[in-house]
Design a protein around this ligand. Structure first.
Ligand SMILES: *Cc1c(COP(=O)(O)O)cnc(C)c1O
Length: 405
């Protein structure tokens, strides 16, 4: 089968309205720190039904200042999942904290509540409990936040939701980012994510204190609030630096794009769910493990549609399937190589075998193309390609190469 065009695994959806919104900012007096950033913050806070939203230049920056706002520092211990992008763990390292991981649940690929409970029991016995858990909503599906919250009350750790994949999703009928079971939630607006600002991120929280601390940290630790001044007000030029912050600000150009994009967020998530359902219908009889259904009170934003090769039912390896699909111009991808097996983390002492579920998952997973502007015909052609590969054992790639050479 030959394809006429490349199908990427993800792609942003930028409309004429989005472009007009950005151009309008370019013609205005403010390219950065004008009215668009607070307007976008209000829109996200309202969408998530959270008290505060703090916009920054990436989710990585948001994770960093969220950790700092929660008081994470040298010698503290932060736990997260190995099945995530490196930023979920790196943010703790920026603060000088130690990182450890909790193995994943084989059904949801999120961190396992059983593994977490067991690890906490052991950690308590050793007197080395985590100060913070960063729960990642993998592929847009929420972790079991209620159970994590119960454990946090028992063991006294803080919670950040890394919802980089998950804006527009729901948990227990509440929008992800509502923070009913966490201190802070983080979103990413990188172009492959659900909505985009090019680069960009946001932190939501219901704590005024945490929101204020994150606002200070994103802009050099500087305040211009008269009521906050430590020295007497010298005049209109007066500002004060109260702590060591960063330049993590979002620009008005980015915020205008985000504000325009968020109007279509529900449409994007609905289309992602529709496409995911089509994949599940078309692939259900193949030797693959398909994403588990969400519970009725939750909605995945379906950032990713991840399939696992069922090794008991096929002789194909993930690598063969990956290369075969890529050769046919289908932009499949792998999410993720477990963070603890990255050379940087191995250097810190982690090794193969530390988190067996995450490692076994990592050898089998494949993300299929999924983005809101993907049309039905492209999805059907991806499914057809998968079927023709998996149902025709004699054209395994190795055989094919050997035969042709
Ligand atoms: C994309 C991503 C990030 C980082 O987002 P940026 O906005 O690119 O900094 C963090 N965590 C997870 C789980 C991600 O997928």
């Amino acid at each position: 089968m030959s394809r006429r065009h490349h199908i990427p695994y993800g792609r942003q959806d930028v409309s004429e309205e989005d472009i007009a919104a950005v151009v309008e900012v370019l013609r205005s007096d403010w390219l950065t720190q004008g009215p668009a950033v607070p307007a976008f913050e209000r829109a996200v806070a309202e969408y998530c039904d959270a008290k505060h939203a703090v916009a920054v230049n990436s989710a990585t920056s948001a994770l960093h200042i969220a950790c700092l706002a929660l008081g994470i520092g040298k010698g503290d211990l932060v736990w997260t999942t190995p099945n995530t992008f490196v930023a979920s763990a790196n943010c703790a390292r920026y603060c000088g904290a130690d990182v450890d991981f909790v193995d994943i649940d084989p059904a949801t690929y999120n961190l396992s509540i059983d593994a977490l409970a067991e690890k906490l029991t052991n950690a308590k016995a050793k007197g080395r409990l985590p100060k913070l858990l960063i729960a990642v909503h993998f592929a847009g599906r929420s972790c079991d936040m209620e159970e994590i919250h119960k454990l946090s009350l028992k063991y006294g750790f803080k919670i950040i939701e890394d919802a980089s994949h998950a804006i527009g999703g729901h948990y227990q009928h509440q929008p992800i980012g509502h923070c009913q079971y966490s201190d802070i939630s983080i979103f990413s607006f990188h172009p492959v994510k659900i909505i985009t600002t090019a680069e960009g991120g946001m932190a939501t929280t219901n704590s005024t204190e945490l929101a204020n601390r994150m606002k200070l940290l994103r802009s050099h630790g500087i305040t211009r609030e008269k009521t906050e001044f430590i020295h007497s007000d010298q005049g209109a030029w007066h500002y004060e630096q109260h702590l060591l912050g960063f330049n993590y600000r979002m620009t008005d150009l980015q915020a205008a794009l985000g504000l325009s994009q968020i109007q279509r967020l529900d449409t994007f998530v609905a289309r992602r769910n529709q496409l995911a359902q089509m994949y599940s219908d078309l692939l259900c009889d193949l030797p693959l493990i398909l994403p588990a259904k969400s519970s009725p009170d939750s909605l995945s934003s379906f950032h990713l549609y991840v399939i696992l090769i069922d090794e008991d039912r096929t002789k194909f390896s993930r690598r063969e399937l990956f290369e075969n699909l890529r050769e046919q111009d289908i932009g499949v991808n792998v999410h993720y190589t477990p963070v603890h097996l990255q050379p940087y983390y191995r250097e810190l002492g982690f090794k193969s075998g530390d988190f067996p579920m995450a490692e076994s998952y990592a050898n089998k997973n494949l993300s299929l193309p999924l983005f809101p502007s993907m049309n039905d015909a492209d999805l059907v052609s991806v499914a057809t390609c998968l079927r023709s590969i998996l149902c025709e054992p004699s054209v395994s790639k190795d055989y094919h190469d050997a035969y042709l050479s």
